[in-house]
Design a protein around this ligand. Structure first.
Ligand code: 5IU
Length: 278
């Protein structure tokens, strides 16, 4: 059966990439396909949110460059929490430069992303060299590391459509050791195949942002779909939720955040259970 019809557990047992295996195992263990996007600007809010949602998530998605008081201790503490609460870390860096530059952006600078992020993502726009550049860093580490390509975006008018998405999938198929899946809005198995090609052993994870239970979008082009649409109907594996859980006000209410995380975890898991057959 196609990957999205199989259990996360079965897929974990077969996957060739260690980061993908770790994520799928974590999802099964915690009964969670929820990633929380922690888009806040202070480390206090950042950790208040992570500590509130940790029991309910398989993945924490970060934008470390928006933290105004970032320091190296932040990523040390994040890694510690990741081990303590069993979740993976995804830095939503959206690399987009030539191979040599992205290798440096991934490994070096203030953030040294490759040293702590299990998963990162990249725009396919520069072509396959962006994958080989990032893989030259990630695959050398004796750690669980994987890359997601941005095959589709959730925003109104996104240019990630048609042949762009097809080429993104082709690029990923050429680098299945390091590319573990896509940021996308639906499954990609049927994309770019002639009908006779055989890629039955391919298992790309689909992580979908733009998920909300109470809102259809924001004032800046974001569009939301429900966990049922995203997971049951479109076959995505992980729901990425930001403001639906962390809120949009200034003050973080940890109890509310916890309650919303639990709500999205349940909705995401029920949507998954409705779609699997094995
Ligand atoms: N994000 C999207 N859409 C995309 C991609 C990334 O929303 O197509 I690629 C990011 C942006 C933000 C998070 O960090 O996912 C969604 O946050 P909200 O749930 O608050 O909209």
């Amino acid at each position: 059966p196609a990957p999205h019809l199989q259990s996360y557990k079965n897929r974990a047992a077969k996957h060739s990439n260690p980061a993908a295996r770790a994520l799928l195992r974590c999802m099964e263990a915690k009964k969670s396909n929820l990633a929380v996007s922690v888009d806040v600007t202070t480390t206090k809010d950042f950790f208040d949110i992570i500590e509130a949602v940790a029991p309910y998530v398989c993945l924490i998605k970060t934008h470390v460059d928006i933290l105004e008081d970032w320091n190296p201790g932040v990523t040390t503490r994040l890694q510690h929490l990741s081990r303590e609460h069993n979740f993976l870390i995804f830095e939503d860096r959206k690399f987009a430069d030539i191979g040599n530059t992205v290798a440096l952006q991934y490994s070096s600078g203030l953030y040294k992303i490759s040293s702590w992020a299990h998963i990162v993502n990249a725009h396919p726009v520069p072509g396959p060299s962006i994958i080989t550049g990032l893989a030259s860093v990630g695959m050398k580490l004796q750690e669980e590391r994987g890359l997601l390509l941005l095959a589709e975006m959730s925003t109104k008018g996104a240019l990630t459509i048609g042949s762009y998405t097809v080429e993104a999938v082709r690029m990923a198929r050429e680098h299945r050791d390091f590319v573990i899946g896509f940021i996308a809005q639906h499954r990609m198995e049927s994309i770019g195949l002639s009908g006779t090609d055989d890629v039955v052993d391919e298992d790309f994870l689909i992580l979908a942002p733009g998920v909300g239970l109470d809102s259809k979008g924001d004032a800046m082009g974001q569009q939301y779909r429900t966990p049922t649409e995203v997971v049951t109907q479109c076959g995505c594996d992980v729901i990425i939720v930001g403001r639906g859980i962390i809120g949009i006000g200034r003050d973080i209410d940890a109890e509310k955040v916890k309650e919303q995380a639990r709500r999205y975890q349940t909705a995401g898991w029920e949507a998954y259970e409705k779609r699997i057959v094995t």
